[in-house]
Write a protein of this length. Structure first.
Length: 352
């Protein structure tokens, strides 16, 4: 999908306050490690994830998503009343029903006649939300919109730790299905979008192209469940992942997506984007993806070392931090890439 009238006005993120290093996590799992004779340090060594962050227990996804939304509005010097639509794009939800977007809208002080809904697409939720809102903006159906997420990885990690410590039937082989759970972190992000003719105090960044690729026959490679449809301390979430096969198959889907993105954006092998921000999983995943795409790793802006895999928040988190640190500057060509279980892949080309 090529776009001529959509600007990304602002990216914002909220950092979760509790830090858990990979060493901290392994210390909590010490009895399990000793039972299976697992070497210390394997988690960071295998993933490149040094630490991840979690919210204070009791924090709701809508709470931190709304905070990120307020920060994005502040960056653009806009009031919440300027919004025509709010979409919540996270894997984590406050409850099964109604849409968590309703809680975000209320926290922003908006109550009546605003388009709002939840959009779920695993780790690609924010990319899909941006695409959906961009289509509405391009057609002129709305003029200003907010995509938000508030991923709460703490309950999944805690439930996994509890299971590994209490279930004596877990073996090295069965651990492989739960290993990805230990890479999960928490974060909240927001992306503010508007039409190019929308009156805004700040200059936006042109969203040129959005493309997708999928292989939905692979949907069983990563599946998560929660007890009550939410993501809280009482939800007892679980996730089973064939990490290796998901990486292999996901990279194949991403290759098809990348070729489409290059064609639609007019990028040749001699004219690559200046920076790539991707959904962050692990070092080995990033390295193998870039090698397969024929891209230098130096183009990547990694955040997985400090945040782990934050689900739908990982991609916008990388963009936000790249801008805040000066790695992403005006005039640069930005590629936003993501792979999500399902399998789905998305690519966005942005003239920053």
């Amino acid at each position: 999908m090529r776009l001529g009238h959509v600007n990304l006005l602002a990216f914002a993120q909220v950092t979760a306050p509790i830090t858990m290093t990979s060493a901290d996590l392994e210390e909590r799992l010490r009895p399990f490690y000793e039972r299976l004779h697992l070497p210390e340090g394997r988690l960071e060594m295998m993933t490149g994830i040094r630490e991840r962050r979690f919210w204070t227990p009791g924090t709701l996804p809508s709470e931190v998503a709304a905070e990120a939304g307020r920060l994005a509005l502040q960056k653009a010097r806009l009031e919440a009343a300027a919004l025509d639509a709010v979409v919540f794009c996270g894997v984590s939800h406050d409850f099964a029903e109604p849409a968590t977007s309703t809680a975000v809208v209320n926290r922003l002080g908006l109550h009546d006649d605003i388009l709002n809904f939840d959009l779920s697409n695993a780790c690609l939720g924010m990319a899909s939300g941006i695409q959906m809102l961009a289509a509405l903006l391009e057609r002129g159906e709305i003029r200003c919109a907010l995509a938000v997420t508030g991923e709460n990885g703490g309950p999944l990690v805690e439930n996994t730790i509890r299971h590994l410590l209490e279930d004596a039937s877990v073996t090295r082989q069965s651990l492989k299905r739960e290993f990805a759970n230990l890479t999960i972190g928490s974060a909240a992000c927001a992306v503010l979008l508007a039409r190019d003719d929308f009156d805004c105090p700040v200059k936006g960044h042109h969203l040129k192209v959005v493309v997708n690729a999928s292989s939905c026959g692979q949907q069983a490679l990563c599946q998560g469940m929660v007890a009550d449809g939410a993501m809280t301390e009482n939800s007892h979430p679980t996730m089973q992942t064939d990490s290796h096969e998901l990486m292999v198959q996901g990279i194949q889907v991403a290759c098809r997506m990348w070729e489409r993105l290059k064609a639609e954006a007019g990028w040749s092998d001699g004219q690559l984007p200046d920076l790539i921000c991707g959904h962050q999983v692990s070092r080995i995943h990033r390295d193998q993806l870039f090698a397969k795409l024929g891209l230098p790793v130096s183009l990547d802006y990694p955040v997985f070392e400090r945040f782990g895999n934050c689900g739908s928040a990982s991609l916008p988190l990388a963009v936000t931090l790249a801008e805040e640190t000066g790695a992403l500057r005006d005039g640069m060509r930005l590629a936003m890439l993501g792979i999500g279980s399902g399998i789905n892949a998305a690519g966005l080309a942005v003239d920053w």
